[in-house]
Design a protein around this ligand. Structure first.
Ligand SMILES: C[S@@+](CC[C@H](N)C(=O)[O-])C[C@H]1O[C@@H](n2cnc3c(N)ncnc32)[C@H](O)[C@@H]1O
Length: 195
């Protein structure tokens, strides 16, 4: 009887562990992208293209383990908001922030980037899958202040015209609202966003 109980609780424990591991590994897939750190050279291109400086507030959408967050805060002295949905990576971000300099410049949020408002962002950085980029576009158009720069690695924002595209590191730079204003509509006219 005791051994039956032990087996039962062991099975429950293993099940809970398996669910937890599956959640850690696959949660971010459901939300918009799996984990792959932005390569160092691409990070540099993104921050250089966006002309990030001490007066900027950079939002890294899907901050991972902080390749962009810590570079932007430490080297470029920007204020940075990093949002990450996956709890283990969020924990790593918190740990890295507490161990390094400029912690006061870095705000970390655990959760879904689509629940955040970007109204005080001057720069958006993103390395997300195409579906998430498509869902992001109307949110950016509704919330970004004029003059904000958006830099994306690997995946463009369809319907926006990039100001620059570095084919080497595959980084796109957009400026709001010019990215839309310069994009021809289906009839060939250019759009005029009302911001
Ligand atoms: C390709 S990685 C990029 C990581 C980081 N930006 C970097 O440059 O190294 C994408 C990250 O976005 C996170 N993510 C995906 N969808 C998200 C969502 N809806 N909200 C917050 N984070 C998300 C994933 O968990 C993953 O860590």
């Amino acid at each position: 009887m005791i051994s039956d109980d032990l087996t039962f609780y062991l099975a429950i424990g293993l099940f809970v562990l398996a669910v937890a591991i599956a959640y850690f590994v696959f949660a971010s897939f459901l939300f918009g992208a799996g984990y792959e750190p932005t390569p160092r050279r691409a990070v540099e291109t993104m921050l250089r293209f966006a002309e990030v400086g001490p007066t900027d507030t950079v939002y890294d959408l899907g901050a991972g383990t902080g390749a962009i967050v810590f570079r932007a805060a430490r080297t470029y002295r920007a204020r940075v908001v990093g949002v990450e949905v996956e709890p283990l990576r969020y924990l790593i971000l918190k740990l890295r922030r507490s161990l390094g300099p400029f912690a006061d410049r870095i705000t970390l949020r655990w959760g879904n980037l689509f629940d955040l408002t970007f109204r005080d962002a001057t720069v958006i950085t993103a390395f997300l899958w195409p579906g998430a980029m498509a869902r992001l576009r109307p949110k950016l158009e509704a919330e970004l202040p004029r003059g904000a720069r958006v830099v994306s690695h690997c995946h463009p924002i369809h319907g926006w015209t990039p100001e620059q595209h570095d084919t080497d590191t595959d980084v796109y730079l957009y400026r709001w609202p010019e990215a839309v204003a310069n994009t021809p509509t289906k009839t060939g006219a250019v759009a005029h966003p009302s911001v």
